[in-house]
Design a binder for this molecule. Structure first.
Ligand code: TNX
Length: 490
């Protein structure tokens, strides 16, 4: 078993002699009566089918043949695998994925895919053999939150692009898709109570293009698609700033009642009129409607860069929204500026630029999601030659995006305060699917390694080799990644 092929790096890998070979006669086996494992077995068979041409049989344990099988099971999982870890055993006769949850079994199957030849990722039949090296893997994630944010407000990216992103995230065991659904230049999710938010607020984008928005059906389809891959969708409606699209849709949210023009430049500045009695009921209704469509436990309310909102108004507004999110049974999350509002403990604070704010929030009982712009902003150019992106936080090539430690990055904050890590793709300059791919990959893969791997063997030099090994896999998956010259691509 070859560690060099695996990202994220598992906690332990013990190679053994021999191989398991996937054949047309291989059976996928699940625990009798376990509908979730049965679903995962079907989904895995579907994933293996395009490249192999096999339609693998699926059977409950009681009726399955005893050889040449892949067993997905909750029986005898190690006691420390937790909510997402797994044990994987490959012998010449049988593969066993053991975990106490279906998320753990799913992540175990991601490792299995990486043990197969890269051509397994393609969508047309290739020649075998489809052999996996024998051995034993024990694997448990380091952080609970391993996320990616995509800004679909500055430029709109719809359901097909977002599903594709979920697939790529899941391949590297990421588990939170944070959707930045609103900003000055666009409001991108249908709200039945306030249709102008999308018919007006969703009608353009940076550069003046046509914009777009997710219908509620699109959003629900994405949430289910993600959940089937152990990814939780985290919706963000950014407020009280970054709201020109909302103000342009409903002039009642402004202090003079006059809707501003839609914003199509890369930069804009705006604020909800906090003193206006229409504003809180409006945003509460918007949050409630989107929360009701969201089975995941989180609601992100933005809170960044409120330059036009008076500090006292900001603090009162954020406190009121926090109370509303709590009342809906969701966990409140905001950008690090919400720490200024002196909120009660028990929420998530997303660090991006100001370590002092992040550490004061943590000291007051927030848990941190770390998205340092100097390392984890996917809109930063790799180097001076990058055709899209910005560089306000510096150039971020593969070294800079990987060489940081969540346990020590924010002074005064240690690992126990950290819920996890998240990469953020802001899209002021990102227009096409290829732009998304180039800026996201390979840097997102480094985040996955940092967020998941507890292995003491993990390090930048050995990571570069493992990352280089992902090249053919990304290619076979149709991801147009940036071939950073720092990486020894296979
Ligand atoms: C800062 S990060 C912003 C975004 C921009 C981004 C560009 C944050 C919470 N606010 O509005 O898109 O920089 O890199």
């Amino acid at each position: 078993m070859d560690e060099v092929s695996l990202v994220p790096l598992p906690e332990s890998v013990v190679p053994a002699a021999g191989h398991f070979t996937l054949r047309a006669s291989t059976t996928l086996v699940f625990d009798d009566g376990d509908a979730e494992l049965e679903r995962l077995a079907h989904a895995f068979a579907d994933e293996l089918s395009p490249a192999t041409g096999f339609a693998l049989a699926i059977a409950p344990r009681a009726t399955a043949a005893s050889r040449n099988r892949i067993v997905l099971t909750h029986v005898e999982a190690s006691s420390d695998v937790g909510d997402e870890g797994y044990d994987l055993e490959v012998t010449p006769d049988q593969i066993t994925v053991r975990a106490s949850t279906s998320a753990g079994v799913f992540f175990g199957t991601r490792t299995l895919l990486q043990l197969l030849p890269p051509s397994i990722e393609g969508d047309s039949v290739v020649r075998g053999p489809f052999a996996l090296p024998a051995g034993v893997i024990h694997d448990v994630p380091r952080f609970a939150w391993r996320g990616m944010m995509i800004d679909i407000a500055r430029h709109y990216f719809g359901l097909p692009d977002l599903k594709r992103l979920v697939d790529a995230m899941a391949a590297y065991k990421l588990n939170r898709l944070h959707l930045h659904l609103s900003d000055d230049q666009g409001f991108r999710i249908q709200v039945l109570a306030y249709p102008n938010l999308t018919t007006v607020g969703g009608s353009t984008a940076v550069g003046g293009g046509a914009g777009g928005f997710l219908t509620q059906a699109d959003y629900s389809e994405l949430v289910q698609y993600a959940a089937d891959r152990s990814v939780i969708v985290v919706p963000e409606i950014d407020m009280p700033a970054h709201v020109t699209a909302m103000l342009a849709s409903y002039g009642a949210l402004t202090c003079d009642g006059v809707p501003p023009p839609l914003a199509t430049g890369a930069f804009a500045s705006s604020s909800l009129c906090i003193g206006d009695p229409d504003v809180l009921p409006f945003v509460r209704a918007v949050i409630s409607e989107i929360a009701a469509l969201t089975p995941g436990p989180y609601f992100h309310v933005g809170g960044d860069e409120s330059f036009q909102t008076a500090p006292a108004d900001y603090d009162a507004f954020v406190a009121a929204i926090r109370a509303h999110v709590d009342s809906l049974g969701k966990t409140f999350i905001g950008w690090e500026e919400v720490a200024n509002a002196g909120l009660p403990p028990g929420y998530l604070l997303q660090h991006w630029a100001n370590p002092a704010l992040a550490s004061s929030g943590a000291a007051a009982g927030a848990r941190l999601v770390l998205s340092p712009s100097t390392n984890m902003y996917l809109d930063m150019k790799y180097d001076v030659n990058s055709p899209v992106g910005t560089a306000w936080a510096g150039f971020v090539d593969v070294d800079q995006s990987y060489a940081w430690d969540p346990a020590t990055h924010v002074p005064g904050v240690d690992e126990s305060d950290v819920e996890g890590v998240e990469a953020a793709l802001w899209t002021e300059t990102i227009v096409t699917r290829s732009d998304v791919d180039q800026m996201t990959f390979p840097r997102l893969i480094g985040l996955a390694d940092i967020g998941w791997s507890r292995s003491a063997a993990r390090g930048y030099d050995e990571y570069l080799l493992r990352l280089g090994g992902q090249g053919p896999r990304l290619e076979a998956s149709g991801i147009d990644f940036y071939r950073s010259p720092l990486v020894p691509w296979e």
